[in-house]
Ligand binder design. Structure first.
Ligand SMILES: [Zn+2]
Length: 84
């Protein structure tokens, strides 16, 4: 499950970069019809933040299953090493 969310966040930040890159090129070209690109960019940015927050706040210990909010290598609940 985590792998898919990581993939989703990577893909969404790529889509964001492409959409806003295209938007920037259009603006430089004097083309102000950028609504679709702007929407795609905003949606993918939201998607990125949602998946980022999901990953940040739902990191679980593989031993005791408790949610870990710190970024350490060891679980603060049971002391075991956390495997991704
Ligand atoms: Zn644990």
């Amino acid at each position: 499950m985590r792998k898919y969310i990581i993939g989703l966040s990577v893909i969404s930040i790529f889509i964001f970069a492409i959409a806003w890159g295209v938007m920037g090129l259009k603006l430089l070209d004097g083309d102000y019809d950028i609504t679709v690109c702007a929407y795609i960019g905003v949606i993918s940015l939201i998607l990125f933040f949602v998946s980022f927050l999901y990953l940040k706040f739902t990191r679980r210990c593989s031993h005791c299953g408790k949610i870990i909010q710190s970024g350490g290598t060891y679980c603060p609940h049971c002391g075991n090493k956390i495997e991704e």
